[in-house]
Design a protein. Sequence first.
Length: 257
Amino acid sequence: LLFTPLFSTIVWSVALVWYWPHTLPQKIGFDYWLQALGITKSLTLGAVNVVPAFLLSLGIAMIVVIITMAIATPAGYALAKLKIPALLKGMILILFLLPRAFPQQPVFVNLMLMFNKMGLTGTVFGVILVHLVVGLVFAVWITASTFSSIPPELEEAARSVGASRLKAFLKVTFPLSAPGLIASAVFVFLTSMDEFTGTFFVGLPFVTTLPMTLYSASGSNIQVASVTALMLLIPSILFMIVIQKFLKAEHLGGMGG
């Protein structure tokens, strides 16, 4: 049952002729894949070249991951390791959750109105900022939990033998926190690749990401929508495979120098 939607999507992506009551397509081929990849052109309703949208989504996701982790890592470390009053720490963590505590449409509509006054609607930079808002919500919580799980005695032992706070972090805490940080980066990447609502309100009409293309195609051509959905899935799977290999013990063991 878990793989039924995926199987159906794969079948629809190669179905050229499929009419009821036939269980399987009467004719299959890769025509819609060739159209989506821009190799061939078609006047079929909903047929579009999704490569530009795919590359744009991938680029935005990578930028969002880099910026989000650059902010979330020190923020999570500070919340976990610095002597911050428990009440203040709780308020800060709740503050990061506020964007997800309300229905998303009103949140993004208000962001759109604010960004419109700043000239950021319909720009890639505006979409990146929206994705950052979404990504930081979870990244800070994940990184803070990761650093909290590392015994402070390990870093204190490194500092007791002359290591600076930065060196103790890089040589002790960072290697131990790598799995959690990488998991956070994966989550941010997948969230950015899949983000539709914020992109819809802030990015239209000039920024068309892969989820936007999927939304447009789903109302007119199910084959093109299926191809687009699979293209949206492929980088996420590849990204997770690479990260899974990176998370192997022998790789993490070498990060401590």
